[in-house]
Write a protein that binds this ligand. Structure first.
Ligand code: PNS
Length: 170
């Protein structure tokens, strides 16, 4: 094991669609930045058919604004393709995922097993979301925002403003 001052930095990739980022994600990013040397928030996109509300570049821009106080320990990037390929490309040993409840479990377990088959040297590490944010999801936030509701305890104001602008509500 490579311990001590001259070890390689322990880099974690936190992949996701982040459409848009919410307080549950931000809490995980803050906590993981205190554990890993570097956390790369990696926005996934499909260059051929992306069903996200925000473009990959918009999602990156929003995340950069939200986490700027954590840079350079946490930073944002985007990729298309497999998470494990991206992680290997940038020299990350860890894929970071968050779990809200048992409903996330099956999906995450399947993905972890498949990723392990493809890239045995990469470990998936899970962090539980803050229990106060267990029910928070980008999908529901978009849904309530589309009806003009603000949910200030679930997303930063700048994200809510970007959502309202995108949905042409302001
Ligand atoms: O939190 P999300 O948005 O549901 O994240 C899903 C994500 C982005 C982690 C997953 O779809 C992903 O890793 N996509 C990249 C393609 C890939 O690696 N798929 C997993 C194969 S097992």
């Amino acid at each position: 094991m490579n311990k001590g001052k001259d070890r390689n930095p322990l880099i974690a990739v936190y992949p996701g669609s982040f459409d848009p980022i919410h307080n549950g994600h931000i809490d995980v990013i803050r906590r993981s930045a205190a554990v890993f040397d570097e956390v790369i928030i990696a926005v996934t996109y499909n260059p051929h058919k992306d069903s996200a509300l925000f473009s990959a570049d918009e999602r990156v821009e929003i995340i950069r604004e939200v986490i700027h106080d954590l840079e350079p320990r946490a930073r944002v990037d985007k990729f298309s393709g497999l998470s494990v390929d991206y992680a290997e490309r940038i020299g990350a040993k860890v894929l970071l995922r968050s779990l809200r409840s048992v409903t996330d479990f099956d999906y995450e377990m399947e993905m972890t097993q498949m990723n392990k088959k493809m890239a045995p040297n990469i470990e998936t590490v899970f962090m539980f979301s803050d229990p106060r944010l267990f029910f928070t999801s980008s999908r529901l936030i978009k849904e309530v925002a589309s009806y003009g509701k603000r949910v200030p305890e679930l997303v930063p104001e700048l994200v809510m403003n970007r959502l309202r602008a995108k949905l042409k509500l302001s």
